[in-house]
Design a protein around this ligand. Structure first.
Ligand SMILES: Cc1cc2nc3c(=O)[nH]c(=O)nc-3n(C[C@H](O)[C@H](O)[C@H](O)COP(=O)(O)O)c2cc1C
Length: 367
């Protein structure tokens, strides 16, 4: 089966390419009775493009969602919801010049081999970060669904290149400064340094990566379907679908390997009649099930592959060694744009599991 879908009960299937006519998504299995309109998608679509032109690609699109099906009289009907955004800002000229010169770090070479050269290479085609628009639209529905149960999913930039914030943020702090900085870091002093780092990398014809932390607050206990659909496995799968993601860790993550059990175990304690843990090294997942503590995921994003600095490649037409300096419109760092995409992937997976477990019913009660 082609790999364009995620989810078992709340399924998300994306379609579209970077320079095609549309990017879109079909969400099937959304419960009936959720209030939904095209306007609901605007905030998240706008959030994808940080307002500071110095740190993003010159391809700035005012995306507007069209709801094609699955909504009637302002509520979801329980039928598949099809959503679409038009690609208006396409300029494929730079890609014709490099169609035989695969960009190091990008999908061009393996995609050309896998699809026998029939793949749409313009703007990276199906492999472009542009396809995260589809994920973000599906994520908006998932987040709306989760908010009925007071479950909030927030992501923010924790580090960018070598600039890192060591602050721990509460839900309120992240919400307050969610869009305050173009780099999407709620520590505004650090955010400024991050912006500078991107601008400097761009000046040198280079790019930067970073780490995004995503937290889901107010999770119920026991959500997940071990072994193979465990909550952490499904979350990692959804997050890894986002281009440029190179690592995912929960809680202490790789650091847990250096700790002793006495340090890494999250001790249980009673707080206001509720079982909680004193630390959060497990990242809110134990045995593939939610523990009831916030789910904490950190995602490593690599530096943008398309850079102006000259790199070695191979001309696949003449089969000779070649040099490539990528021109055109590219993000010097994809981290800020990836923040809402990570939130979306996490919210979609949690919504899917809450529906699978029966925690969210197939028909919603009036709210
Ligand atoms: C939101 C977003 C925007 C992106 N923008 C660019 C870009 O402008 N130029 C580029 O070369 N890669 C960009 N990427 C990254 C590539 O799509 C990605 O590195 C490529 O498809 C190869 O996949 P991989 O990095 O997962 O191996 C972007 C990724 C995301 C998530």
């Amino acid at each position: 089966m082609a790999g364009n879908s995620i989810g078992k009960e709340f399924t998300v299937t994306t379609f579209g390419e970077s320079h095609g006519k549309f990017v879109g998504v079909v969400v099937d299995g959304c419960p009936a009775g959720l209030p939904l309109s095209a306007k609901d998608f605007q905030e998240e679509l706008d959030r994808r493009i940080p307002a500071e032109p110095k740190i993003v690609s010159a391809r700035v699109e005012k995306d507007t969602a069209k709801v094609l099906s699955g909504v009637f009289n302002g509520f979801t009907t329980g039928a598949p919801i099809a959503l679409m955004v038009e690609n208006k800002e396409t300029d494929s000229s730079d890609y014709e010049a490099i169609k035989d010169l695969p960009r190091p770090g990008h999908s061009d070479y393996p995609a050309r081999i896998k699809y026998g050269g029939f793949n749409d290479y313009r703007g990276g085609g199906r492999f472009s970060g542009r396809v995260t628009v589809a994920l973000i639209m599906a994520g908006t529905i998932a987040k709306k669904l989760l908010s009925r149960y007071d479950i909030d999913v927030f992501a923010y930039t924790q580090s960018l290149g070598k600039v890192k914030t060591d602050k721990q943020f509460s839900a309120t702090e992240i919400r307050k400064n969610k869009n305050a900085a173009a780099t999407r870091c709620p520590d505004l002093v650090c955010a400024e340094k991050m912006e500078e780092a991107i601008i400097n990398a761009r000046k040198e014809g280079d790019s930067l990566g970073g780490v995004i932390e995503c937290i889901a607050f107010n999770m119920p206990v026991g959500i997940g379907e071990p072994l193979f659909d465990s909550l952490d496995a499904d979350l990692a799968k959804a997050v890894f679908a986002i281009p440029a993601v190179k690592g995912v860790e929960f809680g202490a993550g790789f650091r847990a390997a250096e700790l002793r059990g006495s340090e890494n175990n999250d001790a249980f304690l009673l707080k206001n009649g509720k079982v909680v843990t004193s630390t959060e090294y497990s990242g809110g997942v134990l045995g593939g099930l939610s523990s009831g503590m916030p789910i904490m995921i950190r995602v490593a994003i690599k530096p943008t592959p398309s850079i102006a600095k000259e790199q070695k490649t191979v001309n696949l037409s003449s089969m000779e060694n070649a040099a490539l300096s990528v021109k055109g419109r590219h993000d010097p760092c994809v981290v800020p744009k990836a923040v809402p995409a990570i939130e979306a992937a996490v919210a979609i997976t949690i919504a899917d599991h809450l529906i699978r477990s029966g925690f969210i019913p197939k028909v919603l009660k009036e709210h």
